[in-house]
Design a protein around this ligand. Structure first.
Ligand code: GLU
Length: 431
C-alpha cells in the first residue's frame, strides 16, 4: 500500500493541502504502507525554492514525515519517453501549429471511478477534448506527469481534494493508453471558509505557516485538520496523531464539505496549551517572547519562566496571547492605557498604595500566602473593601485589568519589582 502527497511549490502549504497530506499520511501509517512526497515542480517559472522550503518545513512541523521524496523537475526525460511511446502507438500526435507540443487523442467512452469516499462516478469522455501531454516548452502537463509518476512509483491509492475529480477521467484515459493498472481513488471534500465559499485569503489565514505564526501548536492544528472531514467516533474531539493512526480509515472520511471554524481551532489550541508541561510550554513560547523583544532568543534560558507560565496557561488560547500575557515580567515599567487609568485611578490613591507598600516591604517570605495576608491587613487598616483595592493593584502591577490569581502573580513578579511599580503609581498621582 503506497500513497502520495503531491504539492506544487507555486505557493505556501494551504490548510486544505495540509489536510490532504494528513489523510494520506494517516492512511499509510494505519495500513503499514508507505507515504511518498512528490514535488510537482514542472512549472519552472512559477515554482520557487522559498515555497518548497516552506512546504517541507510546514510538513515537518506538523509531524508528517515521509518515506520517499521525488521531484518531477528531475524526471522530464521519463515523461518524454512515454509521450514518444504514445506517438509511436498512434495514441498521441504533435500539435499541428508546429509548436512541438504532444497531444493525446481522447477516445470516446464512459469512464467510471469507484471513489472510496463518494462511490461510483461516471464520465463521458466524449465531452473531453484531446489532451496536451507535453507543452511547447517541453514541460509535461499535470495530468500526464501525475499518471506516469503514480504508476512508476507504484502508488496504490490516490487521496486528494475533490477539486481534482474532473481530472480523474482524463488521467484514467492516460493510464489505459499506457497500459498501466489503475490505482484506487478517494476524493476528499473541500474545506469551506466561514462564509461558505472555498477557504480563501480574503476570509482569513490559509497558509499553515500563518497558523504557526499566530501561535497555534502543531498538535492542535493537526488535531483540528483531522476533524475537518473525519471523526474518530464517540464524540471524541481531542486525539493525537498516534491514536488517530489506530482508528483511521479513508473510507470513513466525510462525503460533504467541512466548514473551517476558527473558534473550534482556538478551543482545541487552548486545550493543548493547558495540557503541556510548563517546561515544554516555555520552549514553545520562547520564539514568541523573542519576537516581542521580551527576551533574546540566542541568550534565553527557558527554564527561567515555567513557574510564571503555569499562571497563564489556563486562559491562553494561543502562544501569542500567552507571550502577551507575560509582558509585565519582561518590561521595567508597565504602561497603563489612558482609559484604564481614568477608570481605576480617578482619585488619588497615594494613601492606599503607601500602606500596601509598607506591608509588602515588611515581608521576609515573599510568597503568595504571606502576600495575601499582607494585602488583607492593608484592607482592614484602610477600612476599604477587597474589591476596592485589588483591581487598582492589579492594574498598577501588570498594566492589565484581568489576569491570573493576584497573589501568585505578585509572588512571581518578585518583591523589588512590586515595590518599584507601587512607587511608580504613587508618583503618577502627584503629576
Ligand atoms: N500538484 C497537484 C496539486 O497540488 C497534485 C494533485 C494530485 O494530488 O494529483 O493540486
Amino acid at each position: 500500500m503506497r500513497v502520495r502527497f503531491a504539492p506544487s511549490p507555486t505557493g505556501y502549504l494551504h490548510i486544505g493541502g495540509a489536510r490532504t497530506c494528513l489523510f494520506n499520511w494517516l492512511y499509510a501509517r494505519a495500513q503499514g504502507g508507505q507515504f511518498v512526497l512528490r514535488i510537482e515542480d514542472t512549472d519552472q517559472a512559477r515554482s520557487k525554492k522559498e515555497y518548497l522550503d516552506e512546504i517541507l518545513d510546514s510538513l515537518k512541523w506538523l509531524g508528517l514525515n515521509w518515506d520517499e521524496l521525488h521531484f518531477q523537475s528531475q524526471r522530464f526525460d521519463v515523461y518524454r519517453k512515454y509521450a514518444k511511446k504514445l506517438i509511436d502507438e498512434g495514441k498521441a500526435y504533435l500539435a499541428e501549429d508546429g509548436s512541438g507540443a504532444i497531444i493525446a487523442k481522447m477516445p470516446q467512452k464512459m469512464v467510471q471511478i469507484d471513489d472510496l469516499i463518494h462511490g461510483p462516478i461516471k464520465f463521458d469522455t466524449g465531452l473531453i477534448k484531446d489532451q496536451v501531454l507535453i507543452k511547447s516548452d517541453q514541460s509535461p502537463t499535470y495530468n500526464f506527469a501525475c499518471v506516469i509518476d503514480d504508476a512508476e512509483m507504484n502508488i496504490t491509492h490516490i487521496i486528494r481534494g475533490d477539486d481534482h475529480i474532473s481530472n480523474t477521467p482524463k488521467q484514467i484515459i492516460i493510464y489505459e493508453a499506457l497500459g498501466f493498472g489503475l490505482p484506487k481513488f478517494a476524493h476528499i471534500p473541500m474545506i469551506l471558509g466561514a462564509g461558505g465559499g472555498r477557504m480563501s485569503k480574503r476570509a482569513g489565514a490559509t497558509a499553515v505557516t500563518e497558523y504557526r505564526r499566530m501561535g497555534f501548536l502543531a498538535e492542535a492544528l493537526v488535531n483540528y485538520l483531522m476533524l475537518l472531514g473525519w471523526s474518530p467516533g464517540n464524540n471524541q474531539e481531542i486525539i493525537s496523531l498516534s491514536d488517530a493512526v489506530k482508528k483511521f480509515d479513508i473510507a470513513g472520511a466525510n462525503k460533504t464539505a467541512a466548514t473551517f471554524d476558527m473558534n473550534k481551532l482556538l478551543w482545541l489550541n487552548s486545550q493543548y496549551i493547558k495540557s503541556r508541561e510548563p517546561e515544554e510550554l516555555a520552549a514553545l513560547a520562547a520564539p514568541f517572547l523573542s519576537e516581542k523583544g521580551f527576551v533574546d532568543a540566542n541568550n534565553f534560558d527557558s527554564n527561567s519562566i515555567p513557574s510564571i507560565l503555569k499562571l497563564y496557561c489556563e486562559r491562553a488560547t494561543t502562544l501569542v496571547e500567552l507571550a502577551d500575557a507575560l509582558k509585565p515580567f519582561f518590561v521595567e515599567e508597565v504602561k497603563i492605557d489612558e482609559a484604564v487609568r481614568e477608570k481605576f485611578f480617578a482619585q488619588d490613591m497615594t494613601k492606599e498604595f503607601s500602606v500596601l507598600k509598607e506591608k509588602f516591604a515588611a515581608l521576609s517570605d515573599f510568597s503568595a500566602r504571606p502576600i495575601e495576608e499582607a494585602f488583607r491587613s492593608a484592607v482592614t487598616e484602610l477600612g476599604v473593601t477587597t474589591k476596592y483595592l485589588i483591581h487598582p493593584l492589579r492594574v498598577a502591577l501588570s498594566g492589565k485589568t484581568v489576569g491570573p490569581g493576584m497573589f501568585e502573580f505578585i509572588e512571581a513578579l518578585g518583591q523589588q519589582r512590586t515595590l518599584r511599580r507601587i512607587d511608580s503609581i504613587v508618583r503618577s498621582f502627584k503629576k
